[in-house]
Design a protein around this ligand. Structure first.
Ligand SMILES: Nc1nc2c(ncn2[C@@H]2O[C@H](COP(=O)(O)OP(=O)(O)OP(=O)(O)O)[C@@H](O)[C@H]2O)c(=O)[nH]1
Ligand SMILES: [Zn+2]
Length: 183
């Protein structure tokens, strides 16, 4: 990440809103923001492959679900946070990933400027590509700060996005089982 560019940008933005970037409280802000971006945009430099490549063989090919994965992301339209829970499930075809790797995959795609729909699809794509499962389903529920603190100003509104692949797309009852388990 280019800290110098981020710092310049933050300084310009503060000047743009009429701030004095030399006042004590703001003097270190550009550098702080750059350090923070290393964290909140860490997914830019990550690949889900590194988490999903290591797999274990199993006899049990029933659904595996990791639910209530808390995440924080940033909407690419306003650069304001959106945050909530991701629920991720797949039906293995002989191999499974470590449980933590589903949450790590969510992090890879959350920590970027994002659209909720796109993040939902990217998580499903990664699981499909690297685990070769019989099916994948991802549901994300989130609150968007760009809809609460500004704009339409509707606090409490939840946006729910879904992506189904393979067996989940073909078998409606599997989707129902997923939703029952999420509840
Ligand atoms: N589809 C989708 N839209 C999003 C997401 N995050 C924010 N948005 C929306 O992006 C849209 C941007 O609309 P614009 O009309 O270009 O921008 P705007 O004038 O700031 O929109 P308002 O928020 O309605 O004031 C808004 O409707 C936001 O609610 C997301 O993850 N997915
Ligand atoms: Zn937004």
């Amino acid at each position: 990440m280019d800290h110098k560019k981020i710092e310049e940008g933050v300084r310009l933005m503060l000047e743009g809103i009429g701030e004095d970037t030399d006042r004590e409280g703001l003097r270190e802000t550009p550098a702080r923001v750059a350090r923070m971006y290393e964290e909140i945009y860490a997914g830019m430099e990550q690949d889900a492959k590194t988490h999903l490549d290591k797999q274990f063989h199993v006899e049990n090919n029933n659904m595996v679900m990791e639910k209530d994965i808390q995440f924080y992301s940033t909407c690419e339209h306003h650069l304001l946070p959106f945050y909530g829970k991701a629920h991720v499930a797949y039906i293995p075809d002989g191999t499974v990933a470590g449980l933590s790797k589903l949450a790590r995959t969510v992090e890879v795609y959350a920590r970027r400027p994002q659209l909720q729909e796109q993040m939902t699809a990217q998580i499903a794509d990664a699981l499909e590509k690297y685990l070769h499962p019989k099916g994948v389903m991802v549901v994300i529920e989130a609150e968007h700060m760009c809809m609460t603190m500004r704009g339409v100003q509707k606090p409490g509104t939840k946006t729910v996005t879904t992506m189904v692949r393979g067996a989940f797309a073909e078998d409606y009852s599997l989707q129902q089982t997923f939703l029952q388990m999420v509840k």
